[in-house]
Each structure stands twice: as C-alpha cells, then as structure tokens.
Design a protein around this ligand. Sequence first.
Ligand code: PHE
Length: 353
Amino acid sequence: MAENTHLQELESLRDAAIQELESIPDESGLEAWRVEYLGRSGKLTQVLRGVSTLPADARPVIGAAGNKVKVALEGRLGERQAAIVNARLDSLADDAIDISLPGRSLAVGRLHPSTIILREITEIFRGMGFQVVEGPEVELDRYNFEALNIPKDHPARDMFDTFWIDANKDAEGRFTTLLRTHTSPMQARIMEAHEPPIRVVVPGKVYRYEATDATHESQFYQVEGLAVDKGITFANLKHTLHEFARRMFGSERKMRFRCDYFPFVEPGVDVSIDCFNCDGTDSSCRICRGAGWLEIMGAGMVHPNVLRNVGYDPEVYSGFAFGMGPERIAMLKYGIEDVRLFYGNDMRFLRQF
Ligand code: PHE
C-alpha cells in the first residue's frame, strides 16, 4: 500500500518538474530548477533519502523508481540546456553582424635597431660588473673639451665638428654650451662626482656638425666605458674589450690594437676585430670587403691630465676608457649599408628588426 502512494508521489513529482522545465526560458532559470528538484536538499533528493525509512520489502522498488525519475529529469535538463544555447546562437546568426569575420589586427610596435644594440652592449658590460649611467646631451665646453685635455684653440678640437649653442658666452665672447660631440665628457663628470673604484658604461646620443653620407650622420649613439682604480693597466683594457668582442661577435674573435690619437688617453688606440663574416680575404665580403679587420672603437689609458683635472692623483690611480659607435656595430652585425637608414623613419627598414 505504502508502495503505491510513494510511486504516485514520485510520478506526480516527475510530471510537475518536467512541466515546469518546459517553460523555463534561460540558463539561470534552469539552474534554479536543478537546485529545486535535484539539488542536495531538492524535492527528489528528499524523496530518495526517505527510502531508508520504508519497510524493507518496499525499499528496492521505490529506490529503483526514484532513480529512474532522477535519470529522466537529468536527461530532460540536458536537452533543455542544449536547446537554450542553440536558440541563443541562432539569434546571433540572425543579427546583421557576421561573427565569423576576422577582427581588425592592432599594429604591434617593435624596438629600433639602435635600441636593440644598445641594450645588448650595456647588458654585456653589466655582466662584467659595469654600472650603466647616462648624462646630458647639452654639455659644457668644460666637460666636452677642457676637462678632457683639449684646451681652447687646441687643434684637436678639429676632430670634433661641433654644434655650438648660442645661449651663453664666456668673458672672451666664446660659446660655452654645445651639443656633446662624444660621450667622453661623462668620464669627467663621473670622476668628479665619485671616488674610485669606478666601472661605468655610458650609452647616449652625440652630435657632429658634418655633411651626412652613407657612413656619417650628424646625430648618432656612442657607448663610453671607464674604469679607474689603483693598478689598472692596459692589460685590463685588452681583456675587457676582448671579452666584449667575444660576447658580441662570437667566441673565436681576434682583436687588433693600433696606435691612435685622442687627447684624453695615453697611449691611445683604435680597436678592430677580425671579420666574423669571411676568412678575411674575400673581396666580395659585405662586411670587411676583404680587409679582414673591422674597426669598432677608440680606447686608451686615461691621460694623467684628465685625472688631475678631476682631482685624482695620477701617481695613485690609473684607468682605461673606450668609446664605441653602436650604429656602426649594428651595421656590421646586420649588414646595414647606410647609416642614414637609422634616422630615416622608413618603416620598410625598421620592420626588419
Ligand atoms: N670619444 C672618442 C670619439 O668620439 C672615442 C674614445 C673614447 C677614444 C674613449 C678613447 C677613449 O672619437
């Protein structure tokens, strides 16, 4: 008897649940329905729990019937869910928008080749214990020339075709301000502000008043290097630069030092590496054209006068300095033939990096 009542109860529960389900229009309604009937304290769940209180012979019958109802409700719920999702997709497709069209792509920026090379260079020196510092592009004659052992009217000034700034003049009527012609003035600024030991590299823009061609620009980058301490020798310079060349251009690099003149170093050298593109004899090599050597920087031991000018005792301290052109290094590395491309703003060039 009890059996029959329970079976009827289950049936009417099922019918009511399914009827209710058919009229639910959306997914949140479906979820509320699921909780109401199938949830942990839902109506069907309660009936199923009540089975254990029934007489032993009634339990299997009612239990099985209850589970059947549960499966039926779950199945119908799944169908309703699918139907609602499909109806939503259909209504999107009816809209005027073609959702299968690809979106508009955003233009992605990229690094300028000079930036890439500057980061590579500074990263290598950072790895060797150098600090990276920057300095002003508008510079005083005092730092750009005088502190660097290049007095007024010294012929070495002809090495640097200078953009003067006509804002300030000294007592003799000479301009005192300029666009720095090299990053070397930072040597003096750093030594003036700090005590040794010093190990720094200085990336930055420099300016020269000269006609431009494939190998000359009026603005370009330099990276200056400076190390000062007790007992720094030319051997330290050679090792540091050789290590730099190996990391920048490959582990097999040879290096060549030739005497050169810069007023702020003694001795002064220009530094070349052996061609990394050919064996040094290939006249069609786009990098060295058969010369076998590539000049990559000027360098030398800091001149005693420069040390004196910043208040260091040259009997106690010594140092080395170097200055390189990142654009030139990028040209060698990437096979770029014209330095004017760096500031030409031609996207066809810039997109290649
Ligand atoms: N400042 C020099 C130049 O611009 C390069 C250089 C730097 C040379 C440091 C020697 C030492 O040509």
